[in-house]
Write a protein of this length. Structure first.
Length: 201
């Protein structure tokens, strides 16, 4: 039983190299996953973890290494999975930011998601764009309509709350947009991968 809740990049690479049965589970959006991911990882977006929690817990086998962009979403998935009964689950500290920062190898989808380019903005970058845009627009609008400044304050308070709780309602909302999703995500095939029903690519 693995009692650690997180591992750094060197430990994660050693774990993957030493144990071919380690389940590398990337909980980012399909768009983020398509842009760059760890070879052999399976994409199981965070909202799907929540939606299929019982099936995942019942079917998963082996150590599960959870990955997202910076560690926040993977930590949320870790909390949900361990509360539901999984014990051998760890989070990659710093997520893909730490992985790529350490020069560890990545791969991308063999073909772009239909109708899109392969590279997409990460969810955290999208949050910064939307939040910054709302704040800037609110401040500008307040020149003509002073109460608009309260919108900027509301967004600032939301970002502060997100930092303190390590959650992000705006990010979860953006993750549901068509830009961040694919219509062909086969949850049955993903869960089959988790239990070793299919070879990992």
């Amino acid at each position: 039983m693995n009692m650690k809740t997180s591992v750094d990049v060197p430990a994660a690479r050693a774990l993957i190299a030493a144990d071919p049965d380690v389940l590398v589970v990337d909980v980012r959006t399909p768009g983020e996953f398509a842009s760059a991911h760890i070879s052999g990882a399976v994409n199981l977006p965070l909202d799907q973890v929540d939606a299929h929690l019982r099936r995942i817990v019942a079917d998963a086998g082996g150590t599960m290494l959870l990955i997202c962009q910076s560690g926040g979403r993977a930590t949320q998935a870790h909390t949900a999975l361990t509360r539901a009964g999984l014990t051998d689950v760890v989070v990659l500290e710093g997520g893909m930011n730490a992985w790529t920062g350490a020069g560890a190898p990545t791969t991308s989808a063999s073909c772009p998601i239909p109708g899109t380019r392969a590279q997409r903005w990460g969810l955290e970058r999208q949050v910064r764009l939307v939040a910054g845009g709302i704040v800037a627009a609110s401040v500008l609008a307040s020149i003509w309509w002073p109460p608009a400044r309260f919108i900027a304050g509301f967004v600032g308070a939301g970002l502060t709350f997100a930092a303190v709780t390590d959650t992000c309602a705006m990010g979860m909302a953006l993750a549901k947009l068509p830009y961040n999703r694919t219509r062909d995500l086969d949850i049955d095939a993903v869960i089959a991968r988790l239990r070793g029903g299919e070879a990992r690519a």
